[in-house]
Design a protein around this ligand. Structure first.
Ligand SMILES: *Cc1c(COP(=O)(O)O)cnc(C)c1O
Length: 356
């Protein structure tokens, strides 16, 4: 007897980056922030009344929603929060698509989109990036045969951003389709359209506190959009779990969002370190895609992606390698602290040398 549903049996789950518990790596594989969260987060944790955990959290997370709304200059009704942006993105599929609808996204992008689409019986329509891994906006103008579009901006795992105006042209030319913009790395770039959600009823922007805000472990993400879209997400959420954002996470997320200055410093440091690391890799015969994120995507002229991944891992440095068709030559390297980048570059140098 197989007790699993046909749906469950056909599911093809996403493989998250390794979180090794055995040994200590220089961990550059899951785009976590190398710096601690704001000191305000630590203070909030210290002052948190454990007694509050006796009660359920506010099912609306009103304080957090108000903080996010103020941050982005939108109304309370334009904000939806969730247990990480993966959860928010997942809920977008049943909220905006029916079975057999089509959803368009790039052939090289966040591989979770395919998993969610498949789980809900939605057809993925993959639009190839060009030879330089850039998204061609013209491919998305007035699209036919799909119900919606997802753009990861800046894109992952390439790190390449699409300009704001190009993105808004896509949104404008597809008024009958939902356009979901995954801005997981938006803080590192200048392509965010978060402040435009009230100009376009079909635009939904999804963001996270896991990357720039150094709160991956707290699990908090959110969506910004027109009230009708947000209400759709709320209906889905309230059909699954009334309390997706716990009281502790709500408190630390508010503290983080209110410390703009600290995080501006974090982003500046990471962006500067990224450019230095990219140049150093280019000097060792790597092609490094032009990233506006907290990671770089690079391939070596002679070494394969898996060779670099395994050699680095053996020497205590963890990066991410994807087996996908066009990208198996690449490794994705999270930008760490200066020290961590020094270690990475020293290990890469050894690998390259051994091979010559
Ligand atoms: C990390 C990431 C997310 C999800 O982050 P959460 O931790 O679930 O908030 C979503 N999209 C992309 C492209 C990411 O890289």
């Amino acid at each position: 007897m197989n007790y699993l549903s046909r749906r469950c049996r056909s599911i093809q789950p996403y493989t998250a980056g390794e979180q090794p518990q055995d040994k200590k790596y220089v961990k550059l594989n899951t785009n976590e922030c190398p710096y601690p969260p704001s000191p305000e987060v630590e203070k909030t944790l210290r002052d948190f009344d454990a007694g509050r955990l006796r009660l359920y959290p506010d099912p609306e997370n009103a304080k957090l929603v108000a903080t996010i709304a103020a941050r982005h200059g939108v109304e309370f009704e334009n904000v939806f929060v969730g247990n990480g942006s993966d959860e928010v993105l997942c809920m977008c599929f049943p909220a905006f698509f029916d079975e057999n609808d089509g959803v368009a996204y790039a052939d090289v992008t966040y591989s979770f989109y395919k998993v969610w689409a498949h789980m809900y019986g939605i057809n993925s329509v993959k639009i190839p990036l060009d030879d330089e891994f850039k998204l061609l906006p013209e491919d998305y103008i007035s699209m036919k045969g799909v119900k919606g579009i997802i753009v990861c901006n800046p894109n992952a795992p390439t790190g390449i951003p699409l300009g704001r105006l190009d993105l808004l042209k896509i949104v404008e030319s597809n008024p009958d389709k939902i356009v979901i913009v995954d801005e997981a790395y938006g803080e590192f770039a200048s392509c965010s359209v978060a402040n435009r959600v009230n100009d376009y009823p079909n635009l939904l922007v999804v963001k996270t506190l896991s990357k720039a805000y150094a709160l991956a472990g707290a699990r908090c993400g959110y969506a910004l959009g027109n009230k009708a879209l947000i209400d759709g997400l709320k209906a889905v959420k309230n059909s699954m779990n009334s309390y997706t954002v716990n009281a502790l996470t709500e408190a630390v997320a508010i503290a983080a969002l209110n410390d703009k200055k600290y995080y501006a410093g974090v982003v500046d440091k990471i962006n500067a370190e990224r450019e230095e690391t990219a140049d150093a890799l280019r000097e060792m015969d790597f092609e490094v895609l032009p990233s506006s994120s907290n990671f770089i995507f690079a391939r070596h002229k002679k070494l394969s992606g898996s060779e670099i991944y395994f050699s680095l891992k053996e020497n205590g440095v963890l990066v991410r390698h994807f087996k996908g068709e066009r990208i198996s030559d690449f490794v994705r390297i999270t930008i760490g602290t200066r020290e961590e980048m020094k270690t990475l570059l020293a290990e890469v140098k050894k690998i390259v040398k051994n091979r010559n």
